[in-house]
Design a protein around this ligand. Structure first.
Ligand code: FES
Ligand SMILES: [Fe+2]
Length: 355
């Protein structure tokens, strides 16, 4: 399967990477990552160009990596600096090095055209730096699912009524229509459920005594970042759509890393405008999210298993699918743009003559 390559993907939380050589699989490629002596993260192709032993099975010598088989040694740019037993260093003895940006305790990798890697394009949001907000890193959810299905689930507010009845949804929202708009790189699917009982999450964290107005805004940035803005406010406050900061507001962030065609890691975290500095609240929220995201995992893995069986007919699409459909279309367009294969250089069957 093809992946969009000209994009920043999350390689890991900062805490996952230290001085040790560690293997990560991203876009179906093995990458070795480590921190060099100045603390910055290095990402190299995890395959020695000689006999293909993974470099992660070798060892660090200062800021270089020595292959564990015959000792070829590479610097952090992937250049070979030593071939034991000979003095010349062949030009073909190198490994690919990938651009890395570390920001907000997250390590991002660029696996596309290096000339297009721009650190300013790494995902960010002002709430990370706002003292009235609390950011908390959650966990890494491993899913036996294609990333496209995981992403679709993150631009799909309609599923919460059925999949997350104890935490994020309730029957009150089953029939509320979903609106979909695009805002630059984001596809936004949103809806408000006005004047309803608070859902489990906000019963626990909102301290509400009566009915609330609740919102869900799902922002999906192609290819692999999702921000779910959700919250609640007392009905009496009658807050407008653009006054969400007045309520209890939470951003659930999902960074999807396609590992292989049918395996995805969803690293999730959250930001909130309440209980700033309260680590007990962070842990309690983690527990709720863990329940909800494991419910998604169960659904997505079951869907993947069915997709891999012979299909008798095409899956249908319904009204709530607009967000996912726009997403699929954008991914197809990005892949088309990145396709470098020059068809003019290939003789097509039409031009081949047989006697
Ligand atoms: S396989 Fe790496 S040096 Fe031979
Ligand atoms: Fe979900």
């Amino acid at each position: 399967m093809e992946f969009v390559r000209n994009a920043w993907y999350v390689a890991g939380w900062s805490k996952e990477i230290d001085a040790e050589l560690r293997r990560f699989t991203i876009l179906d490629e093995h990458i070795v990552m480590f921190r060099k002596s100045d603390g910055s993260v290095v990402a190299l192709e995890d395959r020695c160009p000689h006999r293909l032993l993974p470099l992660s099975k070798g060892k660090r010598i200062g800021d270089t990596v020595q292959c564990g088989y015959h000792g070829l040694t590479f610097d952090c740019s992937g250049k070979c600096v030593r071939v034991p037993g000979q003095s010349n260093l062949p030009a073909s003895a190198y490994v690919e090095a990938f651009p890395i940006v570390e920001k907000n305790d997250i390590v991002w990798i660029w696996m596309g055209d290096k000339d297009k890697a721009n650190a300013d394009d790494v995902f960010d949001m002002p709430e990370f730096y706002d003292p009235s907000w609390h950011a908390h890193q959650g966990e890494a959810l491993h899913l036996k699912s294609n990333y496209l299905n995981v992403a679709e689930n993150l631009v799909d507010p309609a599923h919460v009524s059925f999949v997350h009845p104890t935490t994020l949804g309730s029957a009150a929202s089953e029939n509320v229509p979903v609106h979909v708009v695009t805002e630059g790189k984001a596809i936004v699917a949103w809806r408000w459920i006005r004047d309803a009982e608070p859902v489990g999450f906000f019963k626990k964290f909102g301290g509400f005594s009566g009915n609330v107005d609740r919102w869900h805004y799902y922002y999906l940035y192609t290819p692999c970042t999702a921000v779910i803005d959700f919250g609640s406010a007392p009905v009496e406050d009658q807050i407008a759509e653009d006054e969400r900061d007045k309520g209890v507001r939470i951003f659930a962030l999902h960074f999807m890393t396609p590992v292989t065609r049918n395996y995805t890691i969803d690293r999730w975290m959250h930001l909130r405008n309440r209980a700033v500095g309260d680590e007990e609240a962070s842990a309690a929220m983690d527990a709720m999210f863990r329940i909800a995201f494991n419910e998604d995992k169960e659904i997505l893995e079951a869907v993947q298993a069915e997709e891999e069986r012979p299909l008798k007919r095409r899956p249908i699409r319904i009204a709530i699918d607009k967000g996912p459909m726009v997403y699929r279309k954008r991914i197809t367009e990005l892949l088309e743009k990145e396709r470098t294969h020059d068809i003019a250089s290939d003789p097509t069957p039409a031009f081949i003559y047989h006697d």
